[in-house]
Design a protein around this ligand. Structure first.
Ligand code: GLY
Length: 390
C-alpha cells in the first residue's frame, strides 16, 4: 500500500492533521493501533481552557511563552474549526464556547486567581473577576465555600469522543484512508519510507507524521526513549439532575464539564509515568469529593461511567512539533500535547499542513524535537515529566 503521508495515530491530533491534508488534496493514510476511543482523547474532558490548563500551570522554560501564543491561536481557531467540522459531517460535537469559570475556596486561591487575571489581561485575554456573591449568582450550583471567581470568556469545551468521531468521518470524506494496526518497524533506507505492520503487510509513504500520543512509536521514529511519557488521568461522569453546573467550572481538586447529554465529566487525576488503563478507585473517590465540595448538588449524583486515559507528557509540558534536525526530515512529530490536545488540534493541524505543503512559515523553535534530542536515553528515562513536579 502506498500513500503520500502516513499519519501514525488516530486521536484528535492525527485526525485533524489528516482532515487538513486530505482537504488540500494529499493522499493520506491514518494508521491507528487502538480501540474506538484513542487513549489520549480518553483522558480528555474536552476543555478549551488555556487559562486554566496551560500557560503558567505546568509550563517550564522557554516553551512557556510560545505555548501561550500557540494556545490562544488555537482557541481562536476553534469557532471556525467546529463550524467546518459540523458542516462537513452533519455531526454535533457539543462545542460550547460559553466560557470557563475558575473558583477559589480560600484567600490564597483567590490571590492566585487574581494573579492569573492580571496575566490574562496582560496577554489580551478577556477575563472577568467575580466576588463570592457574583460568582454564585453567575453559577448558582456553586457551594458557599467559594470566595472568588475568574471567568475566562473566550474559553469553553467540546465533547472529545464526539470530536474524534466527527474528525474520522470528515477525514475519510475528504479522502483519507484509515487502517487499524500497530506499526512494528519503520525502515528509512532507500526510496519511500516503509512501515511494517505487526499483523503483516507494509505501507510505503513519502513522509510520516508521528501523532501517536503517549504510544511507543515516537521512539521508533527517532525520539529518545522517555521524552514522551504517559501521564495517566482518571475521570468519571456523573448523571446530574437539576442543580448541577451550567458551564465548565474549575476548582480545587477537580474540574466539572457539563455535557449536552446531561452528564457532568469530573476530572482528572494525574499519575506521571503510569500507562495503566484501569481507573483508580481512590483517585476517583477524591474527585467525587472535590466535585461535591465545589457544587454540592453533585454529592448524590449517580455515577454514569469511569475511565482512565493517557496524556502524552513531555519534560517541559509543551508539545513536540516538527522534524528532528540532521535526521530524516520526512519524519515529522506532532506529539506531547499533554493536557491540551483537544485545544491545540486546530493550530497543530494547520501548522503541520502548512509545513508539509510548503506554505509560508516555519516550525516553531520552542517546540522543536531537537530540544530533547541530545538527551541520552538513560537521562530521558530518569527525567520526571513536568506534571509530577508540581
Ligand atoms: N485537559 C484535561 C486533563 O488533562 O485532565
Amino acid at each position: 500500500m502506498r500513500t503520500d503521508t502516513a499519519i501514525i495515530g488516530g486521536g484528535a491530533i492525527g485526525l485533524s492533521i489528516a482532515w487538513e491534508l486530505a482537504g488540500a488534496g494529499e493522499k493520506v493514510m491514518i494508521i491507528d493501533g487502538r480501540s474506538a476511543v484513542p487513549r489520549a482523547t480518553k483522558a480528555a474532558a474536552g476543555m478549551l481552557a488555556p487559562s486554566f490548563e496551560g500557560a503558567g500551570r505546568h509550563l517550564l522554560g522557554a516553551a512557556s511563552a510560545a505555548l501561550q501564543d500557540f494556545s490562544l491561536r488555537s482557541l481562536r481557531a476553534w469557532p471556525a474549526f467546529a463550524e467546518a467540522l459540523q458542516g462537513a459531517t452533519g455531526m454535533d460535537i457539543d462545542y460550547r464556547p460559553e466560557g470557563v469559570l475558575g473558583v477559589a475556596m480560600d484567600d490564597a486561591e483567590a490571590d492566585a486567581l487574581s494573579d492569573q487575571a492580571d496575566a490574562m489581561e496582560r496577554a489580551g485575554v478577556k477575563a472577568e473577576r467575580l466576588d463570592a456573591r457574583a460568582a454564585r449568582e453567575f453559577e448558582p450550583s456553586l457551594s458557599d465555600c467559594v470566595v472568588a471567581g475568574l471567568f475566562a470568556l473566550e474559553e469553553g469545551q467540546v465533547d472529545p469522543v464526539r470530536l474524534v468521531g466527527a474528525l474520522e468521518v470528515a477525514a475519510k470524506r475528504a479522502g483519507a484512508e484509515m487502517r487499524f494496526g500497530v506499526v512494528a518497524r519503520l525502515e528509512t533506507t532507500g526510496g519511500a519510507l516503509r512501515l511494517r505492520l505487526a499483523g503483516g503487510g507494509f505501507v510505503f509513504a513519502e513522509r510520516i507524521v508521528v501523532a501517536s500520543g503517549a504510544g511507543a512509536f515516537a521512539v521508533a521514529a527517532g525520539m529518545p526513549a522517555g521524552v514522551v511519557q504517559p501521564v495517566k488521568g482518571d475521570a468519571l461522569a456523573l448523571s446530574h439532575g437539576a442543580g448541577g453546573p451550567a458551564r465548565v467550572v474549575r476548582g480545587r481538586g477537580a474540574y466539572l464539564c457539563p455535557k449536552a447529554d446531561g452528564r457532568v465529566v469530573v476530572g482528572a487525576t494525574e499519575t506521571a509515568g503510569s500507562d495503566r488503563l484501569d481507573p483508580d478507585a481512590d483517585g476517583l473517590a477524591r474527585l467525587r469529593d472535590a466535585a461535591a465540595t465545589i457544587a454540592p448538588a453533585l454529592a448524590h449524583a449517580k455515577e454514569a461511567s469511569r475511565w482512565a486515559g493517557l496524556r502524552p507528557g513531555t519534560p517541559d509540558a509543551a508539545p513536540i512539533l516538527g522534524p528532528l534536525a540532521h535526521r530524516d526530515d520526512r519524519i515529522v512529530f506532532a506529539v506531547g500535547h499533554y493536557r491540551n490536545g483537544v485545544l491545540l488540534a486546530p493550530a497543530t493541524a494547520r501548522l503541520v499542513a502548512d509545513r508539509l505543503l510548503g506554505r509560508e512559515g516555519q516550525w516553531p523553535a520552542a517546540f522543536s524535537p531537537d530540544r530533547f534530542a541530545e538527551r541520552s536515553p538513560d537521562a530521558a528515562m530518569s527525567s520526571t515529566p513536568a506534571a509530577a513536579r508540581r
